[in-house]
Design a protein around this ligand. Structure first.
Ligand SMILES: NC(=O)c1ccc[n+]([C@@H]2O[C@H](COP(=O)([O-])OP(=O)(O)OC[C@H]3O[C@@H](n4cnc5c(N)ncnc54)[C@H](O)[C@@H]3O)[C@@H](O)[C@H]2O)c1
Length: 271
């Protein structure tokens, strides 16, 4: 029997907690949860209480050294440093705070050079498969329109900088339009999917992002339009927000679990 892959999780919020439970549940044939890390020790304690078997709380560096695969589910402020640490230690890394990688694409080239695996799940979005396939030809445009209820955007630096009281809007409002490069700085915890699209397609400078909000929205909706020599591709994903964190969609968490499942399987379905 193959040894289980030792997993360390950085960030024990909505995403990290569910992934930890999966490591001791549906993924337990292939993975062993070995360590957790969070700035907030209370989050680790709470998660450890809900696990079948509690695991050690470690610093980021210790966690990387004791894992085969590191799951980053913390913040775009630190995701690039975590990826760098994994590359230096030769450890695989699954990254969820993908926005933190934009502008640091040289890290991905370095990982390739060293033969270190970096996994970037599709997140709360469908269409990444088609974008990857279409990239074998010529892509003309990639546009993401994200619709979120006000509480799914609250606290974003762009809103604070521009004195926009998102909780006070009364009708459907275009909150932001720009490149993915600008979007991940403006909304670092809200539009990671724009970073995923950028990395899979034509880059963060050319990928266009529109963010719309309305008090009537109950779901986090992502619409993608891709045009190129393969044709026109339009996708729409209506996501149920996670109960633990309304900024995060349930599908994003499932997408991380499905990526881990794929790592352990010998047959791969889909692009
Ligand atoms: N790729 C995608 O499609 C996608 C979708 C949703 C969320 N995300 C991103 O995934 C990450 C996790 O999402 P979530 O919903 O679990 O967030 P969350 O806020 O529920 O949890 C994040 C946890 O990370 C911890 N943390 C923050 N900075 C840390 C650091 N420097 N070191 C250790 N711990 C730290 C926090 O204390 C918190 O417990 C976020 O960055 C989020 O933006 C990505």
């Amino acid at each position: 029997m193959r040894n289980k892959i030792r997993i360390g999780i950085i960030g024990c919020g909505a995403m990290g907690s569910r992934i930890a439970l999966a490591c001791q549940g549906e993924l337990s044939d292939s993975f062993e949860l070995t360590a957790l890390c969070d700035l907030d020790a209370g989050r680790i304690d709470e998660l450890n209480h809900s696990l079948k078997k509690s695991v050690e709380a470690l610093s980021i560096d210790e966690l990387i050294s004791r894992s085969d695969l590191v799951v980053e589910a913390s913040s775009a402020r630190v995701s690039a440093d975590i990826v760098r640490g994994c590359i230096e230690s030769g450890k695989a890394c699954l990254v969820m705070s993908v926005g933190g990688l934009l502008g640091k694409e040289e890290l991905l080239a370095k990982a390739a050079e060293k033969g270190v695996r970096i996994y970037v799940p599709s997140g709360a979005l469908c269409g990444v498969d088609a974008l990857k396939a279409a990239s074998a030809g010529k892509i003309e445009s990639v546009t993401l329109t994200t619709r979120k209820p006000p509480k799914g955007l609250a606290g974003a630096p762009y809103l604070e900088r521009n004195n926009i009281d998102i909780m006070a809007i009364r009708k459907e409002t275009i909150v932001f339009e720009g490149s993915a490069e600008e979007a991940v700085k403006a909304f670092p915890a809200n539009v990671n999917v724009s970073a995923v699209l950028s990395l899979a397609g034509i880059g963060a400078g050319k990928t266009r992002v529109r963010i719309v909000s309305s008090p009537e929205y109950t779901r986090n909706i992502h619409e993608v339009e891709i045009t190129g020599d393969a044709g026109r591709i339009i996708t729409r994903t209506e996501n149920v927000p996670s109960k633990a964190n309304p900024k995060t969609s349930a599908l994003a968490i499932y997408s991380a679990i499905a990526t881990l499942d794929g790592i352990a399987k010998s047959v791969r379905i889909g692009t």
